[in-house]
Design a protein around this ligand. Structure first.
Ligand code: UD1
Length: 448
């Protein structure tokens, strides 16, 4: 399989259905909605299911395009993927025909690279394309590749593809990362579950989705534990078994809807949300003057007292968990447009995650870039309707938030970015009394 020649076939870029959101804002959101399962846990679990030939069953899987893309990629490898009912997926990787993850799959999402570790560990080889995903910075995969090499793999990079081989079995080792990487940690961890001997991963990322993945791996019979906050240890097994798992709630989705209450001066209850995984955001919302009440499986956010434009400014910096998640930075930045005074934003993880604020400024926000990773949000801004374009997943949700706080009807192009990671976002906003529809070529596709 891993021959030296480049691949010669017609690459078909993924086809995108052009849709836009029409959002009429200026109304406080009121009501409750249910938080879906976490995208960043579900995708890794679907990949982890290839570590065994037995069936794995996942519930609370979000119905999003990234999950569909991962399911399709697995099917193309010859893995049997069933979707017996909404939010449930069953994966049986008994037979795998191809150990090849093509550019078509990789261009759709970065999480396709999560197949490197498990396929290499179980089958001893894989050819996998350099991954795509949101264009929010360089996003290399060198840490993943170095971790596999440390585990004994031979990897060459040619013409956009990594050719990976593990002669014999992967070998347990100390995987030392120069800095924390979420998927780097996960890929190393998945590979090590089938390696010979003991692996220590340090510094291991501490994101709660990784602990949910550990939970699932333990159900598969893997010996894997977080022994210190920044250390994961694994004793490799010869084989793992099938398991059932319910995916944890999505903290970024929950945060997005919590902030929707904040920017519109509304009152929102989020069922199924897990406050425990959202400490940094909950603290910032509190400092901004929102009333946040946490109870098991539920978050209530009340912004009626502060009202839109009446929040307090807060300086924010993103970082690895438990710091503020970079994925919730764009929504938080929208919230800060409604604060009385200036807030500083420091995006410390990705290089290009503030560019999209130019679109928010078209709605009347006053966000001044102070370099690629720093900005000052001058508030409060009276937002107004605009015609804007989405550049990535979280920027998309954030432009919807801006439109919900703005007077008039905004048109937001590029809905496919949002559909990658939010399950039916328009229906959930409708639950909260928003006026929003997703339209394609002038036709309304949202019936509620
Ligand atoms: C994951 C999440 C993404 C989130 C990010 C940070 C998934 C599917 N995606 O992405 O939503 O925004 O964590 O919380 O779970 N880096 C390298 N070399 C590497 C890997 C990463 O230089 O091999 C850099 C990245 O460019 C970035 C930093 O490390 O600056 C952290 O990225 P990382 O934690 O790896 O993010 P992802 O796992 O790609």
């Amino acid at each position: 399989m891993a021959d030296a020649k480049p691949f010669h076939w017609e690459y078909e870029p993924p086809r995108v259905v052009r849709e836009r959101y029409l959002v009429t804002g200026g109304k406080p959101l009121e009501g409750s909605t249910r938080v879906s399962g976490a995208k960043n846990a579900a995708l890794k679990m679907l990949a982890a299911a290839t570590l065994t030939g037995e069936r794995c069953r996942f519930t609370n899987v979000p119905e999003i395009e990234d999950v569909r893309a991962m399911a399709e990629t697995l099917s193309d490898l010859g893995v049997v993927v069933d979707h017996p009912e909404p939010n449930t997926y069953e994966v049986s990787a008994g037979d795998v025909d191809w150990l090849f993850v093509p550019l078509e799959a990789a261009a759709k999402m970065r999480a396709s690279f999560m197949l490197l570790g498990p396929l290499l560990a179980r089958f001893g080889e894989v050819v996998i394309s350099n991954p795509g995903g949101d264009r929010i910075g360089r996003r290399p995969v060198d840490l993943h590749v170095d971790a596999m090499r440390a585990l004994g793999a031979e990897i060459e990079y040619r013409y956009g593809y990594y050719y990976a081989k593990a002669p014999g079995r992967l070998r347990g080792t100390e995987v030392r990362f120069p800095f924390v990487s979420v998927m780097g940690t996960e890929n190393a961890m998945l590979a090590a579950t089938l390696a010979q001997g003991h692996t220590v991963i340090r510094p291991a990322a501490q994101e709660p989705e990784i602990d949910d993945l550990i939970d699932f791996l333990q159900k598969m019979g893997a010996e894997v534990q977080r022994t210190y906050p920044d250390t994961i240890e694994i004793l490799g097994k010869r084989r793992l078994r099938g398991a059932d798992h319910a995916v944890m709630p999505d903290r970024i989705e929950a945060g997005t809807f919590a902030i929707a209450a904040g920017v519109t001066g509304g009152h929102v209850v989020l069922d199924g949300a897990d406050c425990g995984s959202m400490d940094a955001l909950v603290q910032i919302m509190g400092e901004a003057g929102l009333e946040v009440t946490c109870s098991p499986g539920r978050i209530e956010v009340d912004a009626r007292q502060a009202g839109p434009g009446g929040l307090k400014p807060v300086d924010i910096t993103t970082g690895p968990y438990p710091e503020l998640a970079t994925d919730i930075q764009p929504p938080t930045t929208v919230m800060l447009t409604q604060a009385k005074g200036d807030s500083k934003v420091h995006e410390a993880i990705f290089e290009d995650r503030l560019e999209w604020t130019g679109e928010l400024n078209k709605m009347g926000a006053k966000i001044e870039l102070k370099g690629p990773q720093r900005a000052v949000v001058h508030g409060p801004a009276k937002l107004h309707a605009a015609d804007v374009e989405i550049s990535d997943l979280r920027a998309g949700a954030s432009l919807i938030l801006g439109a919900l706080a703005a007077d008039g009807t905004s048109s937001i192009g590029g809905a496919h970015h949002v559909r990658r990671g939010y399950e039916n976002i328009e229906r959930k906003f409708l639950d909260l009394g928003a006026r929003i529809e997703r339209v394609q070529e002038g036709e309304s596709v949202t019936s509620q």
